[in-house]
Design a protein around this ligand. Structure first.
Ligand code: COA
Length: 414
């Protein structure tokens, strides 16, 4: 079966949306509202479709958009974020994703994008295209009675105060809080107005109706908003009227450790809550450590989340800062022929440039993606055969240079 791969036209949004839903196993019919939301999000030249050559039907979908990603040190780089990837089961494994990905890379390099990013539905799909898992996330379940926090007293708010607010207030204070976190926390990606509209129920897809949430805001003693939590209970009780509620944290943003402590302790102090599911946090999140007994927080998920594909090595490595000084010459191999070459990184100055000097390390571009945000360990990737050491000690140096004191955090699915 042959197929054409091309950007869609404005009139093709309905069939494209229908195909995407089918590819994602959503049987409900697509509504005009779903189509309008997709159409509003998609910059036309960046929405690709695969069309069966015989029937003309849409059989594959792919979209990218401009995304700002915070890198270690607080700078942002422009990434092309890939999303809405699907190929119908009738047309899978015929190379359609590979063709859409090739078109995307050609366009992204022409635009001058530094990276490509995505959240992988399945681990084995994207390594072949040069993406490496760059940010891992974790979710914990907190067994509230085991935490050691005093259930009889309200949680102290550390000099500040916590107030329940309505969704309109959350929508008002949330974006500025997120921007403050994004300016300092690497791995965080930008959110646009649409993101907030979907998160707070102003817009919704028919297949994912908005679930109302409770919101609480933390203010410092000076009255400045420094934290926000969105959560919901599950109304679970035994027949004997014993409350067994689990609180599901949908979002917890805190710009200071004090705000973070106050919000987690607040959640643990809520009557009826036996358990708290933290939502996806950084793997070194403070939450377990804020409990008198950290073992009350049991890990539910520890998984790869944000994948990074380096498109421009010089600009990518030049954008971030490094933990320790040191000079490394990297021979980057890229089977796709996009970003390979030999590069000298001076971690002390943060400068990166092409070089003819002998290589210290040979590294596949996907492994470079795994190192880039400071989560991956060069020594571990070396042991896994994804980096080859050409100069003794270079792996250990790369480990110290690339890893970051705090882990990256990527809270958003896209
Ligand atoms: C994942 C998906 C988009 C792949 O599309 P496709 O057109 O079948 O992919 P291609 O034919 O271009 O495959 C390219 C290579 O990747 C491999 N591959 C693709 N999907 C894979 C998967 N899910 N697991 C393992 N390998 C996979 C193929 O076997 C092929 O390898 P080969 O060249 O060695 O034979 C498609 O199967 C799909 O829509 N799946 C359900 C939705 C989904 O997971 N989307 C991704 C969201 S992030």
């Amino acid at each position: 079966m042959s197929a054409d791969v091309r950007p869609i036209t404005a009139t093709e949004h309905p069939v494209w949306t229908q195909t995407l839903n089918r590819g994602f196993l959503r049987a409900d019919p697509v509504t005009p509202g779903d189509v309008a939301l997709r159409a509003a999000a998609g910059e036309l030249g960046r929405v690709q479709g695969a069309f069966d050559s015989e029937t003309g039907g849409c059989v594959g979908t792919f979209r990218s958009f401009t995304q700002e990603l915070t890198v270690p040190g607080g700078a942002t780089v422009t990434a092309s974020a890939v999303t809405n990837v699907s190929v119908l089961p009738t047309h899978r494994r015929q190379g359609l994703l590979t063709r859409m990905m090739a078109a995307e890379f050609a366009a992204a390099t022409a635009r001058g994008d530094v990276l490509s990013t995505l959240i992988a539905a399945e681990y084995p799909i994207y390594g072949r295209y040069g993406y490496g898992p760059a940010v891992y996330v974790a979710e914990w379940e907190i067994d509230v009675p085991r935490t050691g926090l005093d259930p009889r007293r309200p949680a102290p708010a550390g000099g500040g105060r916590i107030d329940l607010v309505d969704v309109a207030e959350a929508r008002r204070v949330g974006p500025a809080l997120h921007e403050r976190i994004r300016a300092t926390r690497h791995g965080v990606t930008g959110r646009d107005a649409r993101w907030w509209r979907l998160a707070t129920g102003e817009e919704e897809f028919s297949f994912r109706p908005y679930k109302p949430k409770l919101y609480a805001v933390y203010r410092t003693a000076a009255g400045e908003v420094a934290g926000l939590v969105a959560y919901r209970g599950d109304d679970h009780w035994t027949d004997a009227k014993v409350p067994l509620n689990t609180l599901h944290v949908e979002e917890l943003l805190a710009v200071t450790p004090e705000a973070e402590r106050a919000l987690w302790h607040f959640l643990c102090s809520i009557d009826w809550a036996l358990r708290i599911r933290t939502g996806l946090r950084a793997t070194d999140d403070l939450a377990p450590g804020l409990l008198p007994d950290p073992r009350a927080a049991a890990i539910l998920t520890h998984a790869d989340f944000l994948w990074v594909r380096v498109l421009d090595v010089v600009r990518a490595l030049g954008a971030r800062t490094y933990e320790v000084p040191g000079v490394l010459v990297l021979e980057v191999t890229d089977p796709a022929g996009l970003s390979g070459g030999r590069f000298r990184l001076d971690a002390g100055t943060g400068r990166c440039a092409a070089t003819g000097a002998p290589a210290d390390l040979r590294i596949d571009v996907a492994a470079l993606g795994s190192l880039y945000l400071g989560d991956g360990s060069a020594v571990r990737l070396g042991a896994l055969g994804q980096i080859t050491e050409e100069r003794p000690g270079a792996l250990a140096l790369a480990d110290a240079v690339f890893r970051t004191a705090r882990k990256p955090w990527s809270p958003d699915i896209f």
